[in-house]
Write a protein that binds this ligand. Sequence first.
Ligand code: ADP
Ligand code: MG
Length: 754
Amino acid sequence: MLKLERVSKFYAGEGVVASGFSKVSLQFDKGEFVAITGESGSGKSTLLNVISGLDSFEEGEMYVDGMPTSGFSGQDMEEYRKKYIGNIFQTFNLINSYTVYQNVELVLLLAGYKKDEIKDKVRDIIKKVGLSEYERTKASKLSGGQKQRVAIARALARETPIIVADEPTGNLDSKSAADVIKLLHDVSEDKLVIIVTHNYDQVEPYVTRKITMHDGKVVEDRKINQAKAETNGNEAFVPSNPGTLSPASTARLGARNTFNLPAKFFLLLFVFIFLCGGTFMAYSSFKNLGAVGAGSGYTNFFSEARADRIVVTKADRSLFTDSDYEKLASIDNVKAVEKEDLLMDTAIVFSNDDIGYYINAAPAKASDYEDMLVAGRMPEADDEAIFLFDDDDAYLSDSAMDMVLDKVSQTYDNNSGTGYSDMKIVGYGHLSDEMLEYLDGSTNWIDGIAGFTDEKLLDIEMAQAAGDSSVEIRTGDRILTMENYGYFNLTVGPSVKEGQVILPEDMAQIGGDGYKDATEITVRAENPFEVKDVTLQIAKTYNQQNVGTVVGVKDFEAVSGNIYISRADYEKLFGDLHYQASVIADDVQDIGSLETAIEDAGFDTFYINKAYTSSNASMTAILNTFRTLILAGVLIVLFFVSYFITKLIFKSRNSYFSIARMLGATRENCAALLRWDMFIVFNIAFAIVAALVIGAGEALYPAPGILISLAGYIEAKDYVILYAVLCVMAILLAARYARQMFRKTAMNAHKEEV
Ligand code: ADP
Ligand code: MG
């Protein structure tokens, strides 16, 4: 029994209160077939919506089986609708992308039935409305009459005691309309059926009661054909006993919704690819900025802190042998092993005061670059060099050509200070792309490569070894160091014999008696690996007056502090060059595992780049904050752009959700369906983007540069992080969309859609 007592419905809007209907008192019983008629705007639909629980009322009381409903919460109302009401609409409200079977099945799944247990039931009902042969046909392909039959099947499926139909034949031709009304009558024995119609003649043969409305009031309420009515007065309804959508059904429906609108699917996929791609890019440039940060700083000992360089020493500090180099070269991810490792930290500066500039070059064996020479000739003497550079660099090519013609001065810029000598560039050439790329990784601001004779290159390398060593001069119990004496410079004097030394006089006189009369000194050179002593006879001393005859240089200031020894003794002190090597990594991103692999092979490693970074901790901290902020900002922007596009795309789903809600889907059901939909598309998009990035990284296809550089910074664990972050974003997108969808009541959402 359904009873309305002086119920009124008002619409408040823009200052005026419109009345849907007012002070309506009616009672409906099981078994009645009621027609409500009246002109347009008289309040029929509004009354029906209040009875169906789709709309609230402001005044009076509605009782269901004696239970007052004015105190119902939204959830109580949904429960009431699910248990009691089956709706049929003028506009059918089918899910057009679902088949007939799926439309009927949906309402049962929403009522908590399991997919497998309802197969027969769904088929039976479809048979009852005469649509068996259309079971697999999409609703959009049906005629109006057929659509309304599906709607009737759907209203019957849940076995609710009340069926409410608002102008069910309004969109049908008269033949179909008559069929539909007959069907509705035939299948609804025992139920209370309330039909709103403005075509009373159509329903007349079946009705047990006619209610006429006018201007929001009931003006006529007449029982007809009472013989047909099986009303028993106050008999209670038998409500259906609905459960709730199961997780398995949610997932299945979510998957169905993902794919059954191809346009929506591809648009959404596109948005998610954009979101995933954007996030990958933001994340890799976040990591890239970290790597850039690592390049801003310096170390004292090593000037070349390139990111792909690992300095290697032997655990026992002995010199490297050929088999050590081979062992290193055979390790995974090793691009090259630099035997002449010390040269990496040496940058040669060619300068020419007449032209007024200088260029920086990495020293190398000229013979390795012979085939790159485009002008001039190879160096033949130790004071000759060739220069190789980027032929696209106009500034350099002009300068180099000028320099070929001119004598230029040269200095090796290493940690020991400087040693100038006159050099001549006798040829120049152009570097290969591969070589240029390699130079790009240098932290030494290298313009090109300087090629020297083997002999000269050895001098340069020994000078670097000397620079890396601390040198002491010992005599008796006196020890002179840079700290307690000041600047001195051990250097090769061409005329000095092996076992002898030429000292500056002031050095000989300093330090009192013990040193003054000394006839020999011991030079001790100590690098991080070994200590070497050489004892030398003091052959001569020089001062401002005799510097010309003793040393052969007129300018005393230029040489003061120089200690001249023989080439042979110099080699004894600094000639052991191979106590250290450098490994160049192929893949910088994997440098950590390469380091471990080298250590596992029995070597010690030093990754300068890391020390380089930490030497500049506060700068790094600022940069880290900055790049984190950028990443967060980009992600937020990506999220909202995706949200607004998604919202537009999901407009095509609004009617789906408003229909689902009218069929008994709860807010959580809809949110879960949406989550599945987005989650599935997100996974596909993620897989596509990840495959593109991995494929580009592995060079499986010719990819644009941006993809390749992106791929470089993303390691296995990053995919996990990105998946987690993006998954959360996809779910937040779904949640946000669901929230805005539920701001409206089911009815308003529906009215807006229709
Ligand atoms: P019927 O179905 O008999 O044609 P309705 O029930 O749709 O009439 O409308 C009854 C009255 O309520 C009309 O005056 C109509 O303008 C008003 N009305 C219906 N829905 C709304 C609404 N959402 N906002 C304001 N007024 C409404
Ligand atoms: Mg109406």
